[in-house]
Design a protein around this ligand. Structure first.
Ligand SMILES: *[C@@H]1O[C@H](CO)[C@@H](O)[C@H](O)[C@H]1NC(C)=O
Ligand SMILES: *[C@@H]1O[C@H](CO)[C@@H](O)[C@H](O)[C@H]1NC(C)=O
Ligand SMILES: *[C@@H]1O[C@H](CO)[C@@H](O)[C@H](O)[C@H]1NC(C)=O
Ligand SMILES: *[C@@H]1O[C@H](CO)[C@@H](O)[C@H](O)[C@H]1NC(C)=O
Ligand SMILES: *[C@@H]1O[C@H](CO)[C@@H](O)[C@H](O)[C@H]1NC(C)=O
Ligand SMILES: *[C@@H]1O[C@H](CO)[C@@H](O)[C@H](O)[C@H]1NC(C)=O
Length: 408
């Protein structure tokens, strides 16, 4: 019996990655100060990532400005256009630290499969000369979707990353889809007060979570119902009073990472489980509203938003409302509506379009004011991207001749 305990305990000790916890009292560190660094080998199935990759343990703050720490992964571009930095917020959307991409880049599994998808876009960005920073923006407590915690993590990770890479006059952009878009917007709205020294230029966001209650109502009983468990647990991780309030309606449900949670709670009805009124609970609804993007300050930088018209996870109507809100408040914004189906496909087409737009934003070529355009798919956002061109090397001569043949 004793020997079994010994084996179990020593195996566990072996598997715990010590990098994730500071080994000393770091609480007097400044925000963005680096606690630890290491170089990692990225395991990537889809593309080759040859650039040197590092991880930093960074001092940050939770929503209440109490010290915490986050892990940030730094990909150094081999092309090195020097001052270009991109912070990529991935769509982790889970309430457990084992779901973070810092882990997923080293140990790919079903729990973090979307990080492999992210690496495809990261490789394109590296090739185009961006240094890419991927913060575990949910922090060491896996807070989701929690705006201020995410913003602090993104901004402090940028401070640490820029310092680590030793970049002179960096110009920074943000990119993210769904929960990652949410984190990117929160970072852009807090940056002028929280990290005014950062030169933030633009943010490209899509499939965004703008109103948490609407998302919960929308995914309930559907294929993404498991997201509700992740949202409730993720908010409970940051707000003990939220966790407490929820116990009045039902038990805390078992947490899974994004793909497993979708499978496990497929088509679950949480209004049946927690009752019809749980979202109206004063504690629950106040915390949810406080973390929504509506009614908050607006970004001071150029914004690209993309969203599929038929989005079964994040309702189009809410994205449109946010676009209108930002327009009315004078944000320089371009909205790319995609008529193709669905939330997951849009991640691919919209992120691709974002790479084109981000390139433009750094060449100061983005349009002024509010711009809105509908496309059959955002894959056709603008095919002439130097980024895609370098990667795919299409034979333009050949394509042009084919096109001529058809129109003639
Ligand atoms: C760490 O140091 C701070 C003061 O700098 C102190 O308030 C706190 O209690 C210390 N934490 C631990 C775990 O020792
Ligand atoms: C934090 O406090 C410790 C002593 O408690 C000190 O040795 C260390 O230099 C301080 N670090 C910073 C960044 O101020
Ligand atoms: C996160 O960091 C805070 C501050 O050091 C600590 O109190 C808390 O226990 C940590 N949470 C986890 C899950 O490690
Ligand atoms: C874009 O504008 C910024 C700020 O005015 C400037 O620093 C930068 O060099 C410009 N970039 C290009 C490619 O013109
Ligand atoms: C693509 O864009 C570049 C720079 O914006 C331009 O120089 C080039 O002529 C364009 N190529 C095509 C095939 O339109
Ligand atoms: C591109 O296509 C044209 C016409 O089919 C062909 O003549 C040319 O050799 C091709 N170029 C390359 C680089 O493959």
């Amino acid at each position: 019996m004793l020997i079994w305990w010994f084996i179990i305990i020593s195996c566990k000790a072996y598997y715990v990655d010590k990098f994730y916890t500071p080994s000393y009292n770091y609480t007097n560190y400044t925000n963005g100060q680096i606690i630890k660094t290491r170089q990692i080998n990225v395991k990537c199935y889809a593309v080759n990532i040859d650039s040197p990759t590092y991880q930093l343990l960074v001092k940050s703050e939770n929503s209440f400005n109490q010290p915490n720490y986050i892990v940030s992964t730094i990909f150094k571009s081999p092309k090195n256009k020097k001052n270009r930095i991109l912070s990529y917020q991935n769509f982790e959307q889970a309430a457990d630290t084992t779901c973070a991409c810092s882990d997923g880049f080293i140990y790919p599994s079903i729990n973090n499969l979307q990080c492999q998808f992210d690496l495809i876009f990261i490789s394109k960005l590296l090739e185009a000369g961006w240094d890419v920073i991927v913060p575990d923006y949910e922090g060491n407590q896996s807070a989701f979707p929690v705006g201020r915690q995410a913003a602090h993590a993104v901004l402090n990770s940028l401070r640490a990353g820029i310092n680590f890479l030793n970049v002179e006059s960096p110009r920074v952009s943000l990119l993210g889809y769904a929960g990652g878009g949410y984190a990117s917007l929160w970072a852009s709205i807090l940056q002028p007060t929280y990290a005014p020294e950062l030169n933030l230029v633009s943010a490209a966001v899509g499939g965004i979570i703008s109103d948490i209650k609407r998302i919960i109502e929308n995914v309930n009983n559907g294929p993404y119902a498991g997201l509700i468990v992740n949202i409730l647990n993720g908010l409970g991780n940051e707000y003990p009073q939220f966790k407490e309030a929820l116990t009045k309606y039902g038990n805390e449900l078992k947490r899974f990472c994004l793909i497993p949670t979708a499978l496990h709670y497929f088509k679950a009805d949480f209004f049946n489980y927690y009752g019809k009124k749980y979202l109206e609970d004063p504690v629950i609804s106040t915390i949810i509203q406080d973390n929504n993007l509506f009614g908050k300050p607006v970004p001071q930088i150029h914004i690209f938003m993309f969203h599929s018209k038929i989005n079964e996870l994040s309702p189009f109507k809410e994205a449109w409302k946010l676009y209108r809100y930002y327009c009315d408040e004078g944000v320089q914004i371009e909205f790319a509506e995609d008529l193709s189906y669905n939330h997951m496909a849009e991640a691919f087409s919209g992120l691709q379009a974002s790479l084109v737009w981000l390139e433009k934003s750094h060449n100061n070529e983005t349009k002024q004011g509010c711009n809105y355009k509908i496309r059959s798919s955002n894959l056709f956002y603008e095919f002439n991207s130097t980024i895609l061109y370098n990667k795919v090397k299409p034979n333009i001569t050949k394509w042009k001749s084919k096109f001529k043949y058809k129109t003639d």
